[in-house]
Write a protein that binds this ligand. Structure first.
Ligand code: ADP
Ligand code: MG
Length: 330
């Protein structure tokens, strides 16, 4: 069966862009085009399908609203752009329509939107038979020529990641095993549950890395480090060498895995939905990196290599292929 990514690649070839104003079409975290004010407009859309991308029974509506916007803001951040507007379409079954679910959903959505002054400018509402569907569109802007694409990495660039890895995947496993989400008293929830249910898009880092021209290429970690690094390397036509000992694995993940004899490295490499930014920086620009933005630190985890060296990871003296092992819809 063809993969989601083969399908996207074929589609991209069928619609090869002829318009001068398109900076980036299919194949990046968001589409980018030049607008009349001399800036670039950045647009991303994300579909959330009940029982595929989330479970209504284990996702408090308030946090689902937050997450629907967060995933789109993360894609805008991955282009180095500032979020401005959003459209949101919902398809809901009758039982949801008759409950207060949607109102709570928009409470969570609006709280995150207000934090970044993102304005809701439209959407659509329809009915489904059983399961909810949410389509979240976010629109942002960056200075002309400043959008950070997946294609810009070259051998020798250093590879960095924001924040920490593995917690969202660990949180999902706890939820699947019946973790009690209580009555939405967020303060009492385990930190890994919140990393799964309430991802924080790295909006501030995205803007700094783009507008200060620090990052040469960037992608957000939605599918998992192994998959998303492979996407970035394929787009840039490079390889990469990651040092496992440098990965900022979430401390709580290490603790939880230790108790269950699980391997935290597997969660950090292949677990999706951390929504951190993975980016590359030319050696001469490394000194310009701020230490932290909005309280979030970054970590250097490896280096971009030639394409024929492949995408690899070293652990002590061992080196192996880092194959995409993250989330796939098909
Ligand atoms: P992300 O995980 O960053 O949201 P995706 O893997 O969903 O990115 O998409 C990669 C690229 O493929 C994006 O440019 C996206 O717009 C495009 N894309 C995905 N699905 C479709 C589709 N059904 N039709 C057209 N373009 C698509
Ligand atoms: Mg993305």
């Amino acid at each position: 069966m063809r993969s989601e990514f083969d399908f996207i690649n074929l589609l991209r070839q069928r619609v090869a862009s002829s318009s001068q104003s398109i900076v980036t079409g299919i194949g990046d975290d968001a589409a980018v085009f030049r607008n009349n004010s001399g800036k670039e407009t950045v647009i991303s859309t994300d579909l959330l399908v009940e029982d595929i991308d989330f479970r209504r029974t284990t996702t408090p509506p308030y946090l689902l609203g937050h997450k629907a916007l967060a995933v789109s803001l993360s894609d805008l951040a991955a282009m180095g752009s500032r979020p401005l507007w959003s459209l949101i379409s919902i398809g809901v079954p009758e039982d949801v329509w008759e409950s207060d679910f949607i109102d709570r959903f928009y409470d969570g959505w609006l709280e995150l939107a207000n934090r970044y002054a993102v304005q809701l400018i439209g959407g659509d509402t329809s009915r489904t038979n059983e399961r909810m569907v949410i389509d979240s569109i976010a629109i942002g802007e960056c200075s002309a020529g400043m959008a950070v694409k997946r294609t810009g990495a070259t051998p020798g660039d250093r590879i960095f990641v924001t924040g920490s890895l593995g917690a969202a995947a660990a949180g999902l496993r706890l939820i699947e095993r019946g973790a009690n989400l209580g009555d939405e008293d967020l303060q009492k929830l385990d930190h890994v549950l919140l990393r799964q249910l309430r991802p924080e898009p790295r909006v501030g880092w995205g803007i700094v890395l783009g507008e200060e021209r620090i990052a040469s290429a960037m992608i957000d970690l939605s599918d998992g480090l192994s998959s998303d690094l492979n996407h970035l390397c394929a787009a840039s036509n490079t390889g990469a060498l990651i040092d496992a000992s440098l990965l900022p694995i979430d401390e709580r993940v290490v603790e939880l895995c230790g108790r269950r004899a699980l391997d935290p490295l597997q969660l950090a490499l292949h677990g999706g939905e951390d929504f951190e930014l993975l980016f590359t920086v030319k050696p001469e620009n490394v000194a310009r990196l701020p230490r932290r933005v909005d309280g979030v630190e970054i970590k250097r985890i490896g280096e971009v290599t030639e394409a024929n060296a492949g995408v690899k990871i070293s652990e002590g003296t061992r080196i192996w292929d880092l194959k995409p092992g993250g989330w796939k819809h098909f």
